[in-house]
Design a protein around this ligand. Structure first.
Ligand code: SAM
Length: 207
């Protein structure tokens, strides 16, 4: 696959810089990171390229995406070959982790609600005891006016699939709590997005 043939997301190209800054503020040195729903692999390539001390494990549910991610990250020794991982299908690949962080961008609103608890449960079972779950994307936030752009985005998503749509922060946080996480950060990002950071609590339930 030549660079011109690689799948490309203009949004990922725009948001990779601000997301990297947030990750740098939260992830430890030498972190091993599991990425869920890597898509084109632009985030994996940008973050792992900027931080050679991090080890990045990209995944996606689509085998077509995996080939593109592998090609894009082929020259990065700290990126592991992309693996198939579908949050809504069966157990996660055997032998994964534990990781210092699980990172997932732009998935929860472009998939059925069931992916949210599945992500929380799976992440809790694949993190070190104080590990971090970092989410990026647009969310509805209780008691805050919704940006017109996010209202329109939500309506568009629901017209494409009624099971899709922006998630309420409170509901996402409740699922995280039930999986044994505590909320650590809720960062405002460009274009009405957020970075949410959850951390495994010492009292988390056994997966
Ligand atoms: C909008 S793209 C986001 C890609 C990338 N994270 C980004 O921000 O550019 C959504 C991704 O979620 C993946 N996805 C959808 N449903 C999934 C599931 N059940 N399990 C894992 N990945 C899923 C899709 O294959 C797609 O790559």
């Amino acid at each position: 696959m030549t660079p011109q043939d690689l799948p490309f997301s203009p949004a990922a190209e725009r948001n990779k810089g601000p997301i990297l800054a947030a990750l740098q503020a939260w992830l430890p040195r030498h972190a091993s990171v599991l990425e869920i729903a890597s898509g084109t692999g632009q985030h994996a390539a940008h973050f792992a390229g900027a931080r050679p001390d991090w080890t990045w494990q990209p995944t996606d549910r689509l085998s077509a995406d995996l080939a593109g991610i592998r090609a894009r990250c082929a020259d990065l020794p700290n990126v592991r070959p992309a693996l198939a991982l579908d949050l809504l299908a069966g157990p996660w690949p055997a032998g994964l982790g534990p990781f210092q962080a699980v990172y997932c961008a732009n998935l929860l609103h472009i998939s059925p609600w069931e992916t949210t608890p599945a992500l929380m449960r799976g992440a809790a079972g694949h993190l070190v005891p104080d590990g971090l779950l970092v989410l990026y994307g647009p969310f509805f936030i209780e008691n805050l006016p919704t940006a017109p752009g996010n209202e329109a985005f939500d309506a568009d998503l629901r017209s494409r699939d009624p099971a899709w749509g922006l998630r309420w922060l409170g509901q996402v946080a409740r699922e995280a709590r039930q999986a044994g996480f505590v909320a650590r950060a809720n960062l405002e990002m460009p274009a009405n997005n957020r970075v949410l950071v959850f951390q495994c609590s010492s009292e988390r339930p056994t997966p």
